[in-house]
Design a protein around this ligand. Sequence first.
Ligand code: NDP
Length: 246
Amino acid sequence: MSIDLNGRLALVTGASRGIGYFLALELAKAGAHVIAVARTVGGLEELDDEIRKQGGSATLVPLDLTDFPALDRLGGSIHERWGKLDIMVANAGVLGTISPIGHVEAKTFDKVMNINVTSTWRLIRSVDPLLRSSDAGRAIVLSSGVAHTARAFWGPYAASKAAVEVMARSWADETKNSALRVNSVNPGATRTAMRAQAMPGEDPDSLPHPHDVAKKIVALADPALTLTGKLFDVPKDRFLDYHLPD
Ligand code: NDP
């Protein structure tokens, strides 16, 4: 069963590659106009070409998410241009270095927290009024299994994912009486650049393709979705299979 997002406006961070690229593509295929955010212009342009090929449309926003003042302005710019926002996917993330927690450099820790946590909060703050005004506002925050399991050497990344997940849950509770639905999702191990960095010895072909993972996550953008404040798990959650595009 596919989702109808015609007339909807969706913002996706980290849309230049990996899971975010295919999430943006799937949202556009479902009818949404996509605001695609990332630093790599080439990746964004590739996405734009692919979206057009599939009959969709996108606006590219080359932006470093650590440019916090720019994030503060983003909500206002979206309001000025479109007067609304229906879907926000906080997908961009970095792994940092895999090392004993006592050896992590301060600049690495700060980078992971700034991109994975602080930028997500700044983005939420910037677009919260727009999402609340939508008759079917949807926010999707990318978490990770390591937010819940002990994994040696992944400390800063794991802490950052636990932080955004809890932040999403708090936001969901604040907005539970509105039309806004806020959920987190663990995509599970996925064949992307980040996973290759984390597990260099792993055979990428043994992992699900980001396109297949994105097809499931897009269910959380469905205007008919009623659940909020939940954590979904792509490898385990059958709920996400229900909406798979035809
Ligand atoms: P990738 O490394 O493939 O892609 C990360 C994306 O984030 C890129 O588009 C990158 O764009 C963007 N990004 C990173 N830093 C910045 C920045 N400073 N400003 C703007 N954009 C930035 O990652 P995945 O697709 O694997 O991961 C997507 C999400 O899923 C992440 O939140 C990750 O933590 C989560 N996840 C992934 C898993 C996996 O196995 N792949 C497992 C569990 C969770 P650019 O470099 O162009 O700026």
